[in-house]
Design a protein around this ligand. Structure first.
Ligand code: ACO
Length: 435
C-alpha cells in the first residue's frame, strides 16, 4: 500500500498496527475530547481494520503517549449502496490531528494519501460523516445525504396500517450473540428493498468488518451518558423478525412526576405494517415523556405515519458525504432514474485524472457507461466540480438546486432538467449509523 506520499515538512507517515492501539487511543482523545479515560477505551474492541490505519509522526524525538501527531483510517465497505447497486467504498474515519500540530497541512496530506490508497485498493468512492461541516468540501467531498432528527411526544398518534396488529413484540436486553444475526439481516434487507418496494436505499452502509461488528455491540457504561444498557425491541410476524429498534431509556424523577427519554439508536422495519407496530411500542413506553430517534431518513415511514409530524420538531442534519475517487467507474456504477445522454465538464483540483469532459449514457434504471469525450469543456452539456458530483451522486441532492446556487453550469439548454431528473432516486439516501 502506498505510504510514500509527501507529508508536510517535519513529519512522516507510518502504517499502524494493532500494537499501536495505545498511541491511537491517546491521539484520538486529543482530537476528540471525551470524559472517557483512554485506558478504559483500550479495554474494549477497536472498530479499526489495522491495515487501513495510518499515523503521522513528527521527525526526531517521539512525543509522549505513543508519539503520534495525527492519524486517519477507513472502514472497508465492499458493498456500499449506490442508486440501484453497490460499489466498493472506503469510509474515511478517525481523521484527527493533535491540537499542537494542527493547521500545518497534515490533514490535507492525509487525505491525499487516503485518496491514493483508495485508488490502489480499487475503491471508486470514499464516504464519510463530517465532524464539522466546513472541513471536507475543499477535498472534493460533497454532502450527499441528510437525516432527520425528531423529538416525538409520548403517545403521539399514528395512522393505522393494516396488518400492524398481527405482529408480536419482544423487548429484551440487546445481546450480540442473540441478536446480531437478526439485526444484520433485517438491516441489510431493509436497505435493499425499502419498505418492500424493491428500491434500494443509497448510503445504507452495513457494518461489514468483524472489527466494526465487535465494536458496535460493545455496551460499556463509560459511553452510556447516564442512560440504561442497550435494549432491543423486535417485531415479528408469523415467527419471523420484520423489524427492530435498538434503544436506551433515561429516566429523571422531577417534582411533577417523571421525565423520561427513549433514545432510539437505530429503528429498521421491512414494511409499513412492521414499521407501525415498532413505532407503536417506541412511542408508548411507561414513565417516558418523549422518544428521540437518532437518525431517520427524510422519507422514513414514521414521518408519514405520525398524524402531527410538525409536533415532533423536525431538524435536518448532514448525513453521508461522498467523494468520487475514480469518476468513470463511479458514474457507470450507479443506475439513473431517467435516461441520460450527456457530457459533463468536471473540475477536480486534487485528482486531475477525474477532470475533463465525460460522456455519461444510461437507460432508465438500466446499465450506464461513462467515457472520456472528445468535446471542449465550453461545449459540454453541464459543467461542475467533483464536489457537486459527489453531492448529487446518491440521488439526494438536485443538480437543478445546485445550478440555482451557481454551482452547476448548464451550457446546453434543457440539459440541466434532464440530468437532474436522471441523477435523482426514488428513495432518499441515508446511513442509519455514524461511522
Ligand atoms: C471523517 C472524519 O474523521 S471527521 C473528523 C475530523 N476531525 C476532527 O474534527 C477532530 C478535530 N480536528 C482536527 O483534528 C483537525 O483540526 C482537522 C483534522 C479537522 C484538520 O487538520 P489540520 O491538519 O489542521 O488541517 P490542514 O492544516 O490540512 O488544513 C487544511 C485546510 O482546512 C482548513 N480547516 C481545517 N480544519 C477545519 C475546520 N475544522 N473547520 C474549517 N476549516 C478547517 C484549514 O484552515 C486549511 O485551510 P486553508 O487550506 O485555506 O489554509
Amino acid at each position: 500500500m502506498i505510504l510514500d506520499a509527501p507529508a508536510p515538512a517535519g513529519y512522516r507517515f507510518r502504517q499502524l498496527t494493532a500494537d499501536d492501539r495505545r498511541a491511537v487511543t491517546h491521539l484520538d482523545s486529543w482530537a476528540f475530547p471525551s470524559p472517557a479515560d483512554p485506558d478504559e477505551i483500550e479495554k474494549g474492541p477497536s472498530p479499526l481494520t489495522w491495515d487501513r490505519v495510518v499515523g503521522v509522526e513528527p521527525d526526531g524525538e517521539a512525543a509522549p503517549d505513543g508519539g503520534l501527531a495525527a492519524l486517519h483510517a477507513s472502514y472497508p465497505f465492499s458493498r456500499f449502496p449506490v442508486p440501484g447497486g453497490t460499489l466498493p467504498t472506503a469510509g474515511l474515519t478517525w481523521v484527527g490531528v493533535h491540537p499542537q500540530h494542527r493547521r500545518r497541512g497534515i490533514a490535507t496530506a492525509m487525505i491525499d494519501l487516503h485518496l491514493a490508497r483508495c485508488r490502489e485498493r480499487g475503491e471508486p468512492l470514499s464516504a464519510l460523516f463530517a465532524a464539522e461541516y466546513p472541513i471536507y468540501g475543499r477535498f472534493g467531498y460533497g454532502k450527499a445525504a441528510d437525516d432527520v432528527r425528531l423529538t416525538v411526544p409520548r403517545g403521539a398518534a399514528l395512522r393505522d396500517v393494516p396488518g400492524a396488529a398481527e405482529h408480536t413484540v419482544r423487548i429484551e436486553h440487546a445481546d450480540r450473540g442473540r441478536h446480531a444475526a437478526l439485526v444484520d439481516t433485517v438491516h441489510r434487507v431493509a436497505g435493499e428493498s425499502v419498505g418492500g418496494t424493491g428500491i434500494n436505499r443509497p448510503g445504507w452502509a452495513t457494518r461489514e468488518s468483524a472489527e466494526l461488528q465487535a465494536s458496535w455491540w460493545r455496551d460499556s457504561t463509560t459511553f452510556r451518558g447516564g442512560q440504561e444498557s442497550r435494549r432491543i425491541v423486535v417485531v415479528e410476524r408469523d415467527g419471523e423478525p420484520r423489524g427492530y429498534a435498538l434503544l436506551r431509556r433515561k429516566l429523571d424523577w422531577v417534582p411533577t412526576g417523571t421525565d423520561g427519554t427513549v433514545n432510539v439508536l437505530e429503528a429498521v422495519a421491512l414494511d409499513a405494517a412492521a414499521s407501525r407496530a415498532l413505532w407503536g411500542v417506541l412511542l408508548d413506553l411507561d414513565l417516558m415523556t418523549e422518544t428521540k430517534p437518532f437518525i431517520l431518513a427524510p422519507d422514513d415511514p414514521l414521518l408519514a405515519l405520525l398524524r402531527n409530524p410538525r409536533a415532533a420538531g423536525q431538524r435536518r442534519v448532514d448525513n453521508v458525504w461522498i467523494r468520487l475517487v475514480d469518476l468513470p467507474t463511479a458514474l457507470a456504477g450507479r443506475r439513473y432514474a431517467a435516461g441520460i445522454d450527456a457530457t459533463l465538464a468536471v473540475t477536480d483540483a486534487r485528482l486531475p485524472d477525474n477532470a475533463g469532459v465525460w460522456h455519461l449514457r444510461a437507460a432508465p434504471f438500466g446499465a450506464a457507461t461513462c467515457e472520456r469525450a472528445d468535446t471542449a469543456p465550453s461545449e459540454a452539456d453541464l459543467a461542475l466540480d467533483v464536489r457537486e458530483l459527489g453531492a448529487a451522486y446518491l440521488g439526494g441532492t438536485s443538480l437543478a438546486g445546485l445550478a440555482a446556487a451557481g454551482l452547476v453550469d448548464e451550457r446546453v439548454p434543457g440539459a440541466l432538467a434532464a440530468a437532474s431528473t436522471a441523477f435523482g432516486w426514488p428513495v432518499a439516501p441515508v446511513c442509519s449509523w455514524v461511522f
